[in-house]
Write a protein that binds this ligand. Structure first.
Ligand code: DX5
Ligand code: ZN
Length: 214
């Protein structure tokens, strides 16, 4: 059984105090920070860019940075995110670029490549990329916004990935709270992103411990 890692999503932090949001994740024992980058061609929203990743790097250099590119053309932006301190870069299987080539480039840059899949996309679309990545991210909401409801059907995708890749890092993102987090672990996930649930906690450390240990 792989160690369970918890990644607070900075998207859910107070937008007026993102620096405080980064510190809060680290002080409470987060395993890594999840940074959601959105472009309005890929999702119906806009979030933040490389400057916020750089701020996280500067604020907490020891807090691992997991960067989720919800972008139509992530291939055009690898360099600025790498320079800002991204350590894992997640791109979407639905992106309009050479997905395999982009994953290879991420690895050549010395970063960890990961592939992400939206709820409506058939899981078989992941097949050509499984040997190119260190991590698979199964989305359990339609990306674009925090605080949405977990789509339970996506747990079948986690089982599909885990059956094929017993050792791969399998992350889940969207609507994760104690119940949906533990259900995702039972379905094979070992990395849990959680935004609105964790940032609204009075005791974020305890909520992360409970998610980790059940
Ligand atoms: C959704 C983002 C998620 C989001 C999760 O577009 O990719 O990372 O911040 O937020 P919660 O945990 O509130 O669903
Ligand atoms: Zn995300």
């Amino acid at each position: 059984m792989k160690k369970i890692e918890i990644l607070p999503s900075l998207l859910a932090a107070d937008v007026g105090d993102l620096r405080g949001g980064v510190k809060r994740a680290e002080e409470n024992g987060a395993d890594a920070l999840h940074l959601d980058i959105m472009d309005p061609h890929f999702v119906p929203n806009i979030s933040f860019g490389p400057d916020v990743v750089a701020m996280a790097t500067k604020t907490c250099p020891g807090l691992y940075r997991n960067v989720h590119l919800m972008m139509l053309r992530p291939d055009l932006y690898l360099k600025p995110f790498a320079e800002a301190g991204a350590q894992t870069i997640q791109i979407h299987v639905e992106a309009a670029c050479d997905v395999a080539g982009t994953l290879r480039r991420i690895r050549e840059m010395g970063l960890k490549p990961a592939i992400s899949i939206n709820p409506e996309t058939p899981v078989e679309r992941l097949e050509p990329y499984l040997d190119l990545v260190d991590e698979v991210l199964v989305m359990t909401v339609h990306p674009g916004f925090g605080a949405q409801k977990f789509i339970a059907e996506c747990m079948e995708k986690m089982k599909w990935v885990r059956a094929r890749k017993p050792e791969i890092d399998l992350m889940v993102d969207g609507g994760i709270n104690y119940e949906t987090g533990r259900a995702s672990v039972a379905a094979g996930a070992n990395m849990l992103v959680s935004g609105s649930y964790l940032y609204k906690q009075a005791d974020m450390r305890k909520a992360m411990e409970d998610l980790r240990h059940g």
